[in-house]
Design a protein around this ligand. Structure first.
Ligand code: AMP
Length: 389
């Protein structure tokens, strides 16, 4: 992984400066209340750093996918302003327009309303980028979760602001990925789960060059199991990717489970039945690895020095199909390896099985996580590199 030199917020004078921080505060909200504030707490370090340094701090973020150029209550950041205020122990006013930024005094903070209400955000328009850049002396990019998108608030503003630098979260994320991808301690095991091979195909391809072993789980595993010649009944899989799966499996060790948990319908109440891998019936669906496999795979993690985890090993939202994910999550947490985990479902599993403390680095990235592993340069990171040169 090639990382350009990027100026950190720690290297920039912030006292009496107008600072605009792009954070990723795209959090789940139900009935006007934030239901998981993980992304807000992950953004606090940079916000507090800038406040303590005596800057006027305006934070901006997107939330959901509103129609650009139109305000709707449903996607307002008002609940986020409230939660951020509680976490900081101070009032965080919501600013309707970028031009409201100067109303924030030095040592004070405001939150700009959803940047996706602004026309030109997603197209990275020069006009909106300049409008945002005009509001600040220093632009701080801290939204790792959105760094793979070249939008006005992540890329265009970084190009045009007087000074542009990385926030503490972005810096920590990039360093964690560099540790994992550039010269990982060997052996390295990657655990890639989830619904479809197609969404993680490039990741699997890149990992064959880096990892010593790839454990595949979920619907992804089903495609590899079918490619190995087993009947998988009516399991979710991708028939058009069987040859691709065979090629990947010929380049790196990908273990096939010896037993699996099957169900007859995709439903929360479906009973889970243990089956040997060569005994799956036509009307059954593989929804998790079996107990023997889970134990054996957990043991193979003992000698790992680096572990990368993205995606659940089964339909863990249904408790009876969550054991594979739980056992592996605990093995990762107990291992002395440097471990990195990320992705929306993975973080939900980390939470569900209370393994946060055992994982070396928990990434806030989903798409950005995958793109870094694929070997891509994140556009916002590339721009910060150019501005730091
Ligand atoms: P992804 O978004 O690709 O990481 O996929 C995560 C989703 O894959 C979760 O909602 C899981 O419930 C689902 N999943 C995992 N294993 C299976 C499986 N064997 N069959 C169907 N869906 C699965």
């Amino acid at each position: 992984m090639h990382l350009p030199f990027i100026r950190s917020v720690k290297d920039v004078e912030l006292r009496n400066q107008k600072v605009l921080v792009r954070a990723d505060l795209n959090v789940p909200i139900k009935n006007g209340v934030v239901t998981s504030d993980a992304r807000i707490t992950a953004s606090l370090a940079t916000i507090k750093f800038a406040l303590d340094a005596g800057a006027s701090v305006v934070v901006m973020s997107h939330l959901g996918r509103p129609t650009e150029g139109q305000y709707v209550d449903e996607f307002s950041l008002a609940p986020v302003a409230q939660r951020l205020g509680q976490l900081l122990g101070r009032n965080v006013p919501l600013l309707a327009q970028p031009e409201d930024c100067p109303s924030i005094d030095f040592g004070e903070i405001g939150l700009l309303e959803n940047v996706r209400f602004l026309a030109g955000e997603k197209s990275n328009s020069a006009e909106l980028s300049q409008r945002l850049a005009d509001q600040c002396d220093v632009f701080v990019m801290d939204a790792f979760g959105t760094a793979h998108r070249a939008h006005a608030s992540t890329h265009g503003v970084a190009e045009r602001a007087t000074t542009a630098c990385a926030g503490l979260l972005l810096d920590a994320e990039l360093k964690a990925f560099q540790t994992t991808l550039s010269a990982p301690q060997k052996p390295m095991v990657a655990i890639i789960g989830g619904a479809k091979v197609s969404t993680k195909l490039e990741v699997l391809g890149s990992l064959t060059d880096i990892a010593d072993r790839i454990i595949v789980g979920g619907g992804i595993a089903n495609t590899f199991i079918a490619a190995a010649g087993y009947d998988i009944g009516k399991s979710l899989y991708e028939p058009d990717l069987l040859d691709v799966a065979k090629t990947i499996a010929s380049r790196v060790e990908i273990p096939i489970p010896v037993d699996v948990m099957v169900g007859k319908v995709f439903d929360e109440a479906t009973p889970a039945i243990v089956k040997a891998i060569d005994n799956v019936a036509d009307d059954e669906m593989i929804m998790d690895i079996g107990p023997k496999t889970a134990r054996a795979w957990a043991e193979t993690l003992i000698d790992a020095q680096t572990i990368m985890w993205n995606g659940p090993l089964g339909v863990f939202e249904f408790d009876q199909f969550g054991e594979g994910t739980r056992v592996l999550a605990q093995a990762i947490a107990e291992s002395s390896a440097y471990s990195i985990a990320g992705g929306g479902d993975t973080l939900a599993a980390v939470d569900k099985y209370s393994v946060t403390n055992g994982i070396s680095y928990i990434s806030t990235g989903g798409g950005a996580f995958l793109e870094l592993v694929e070997g891509k340069v994140l556009p916002a990171v590339e721009m910060l590199g150019r501005r730091s040169a």
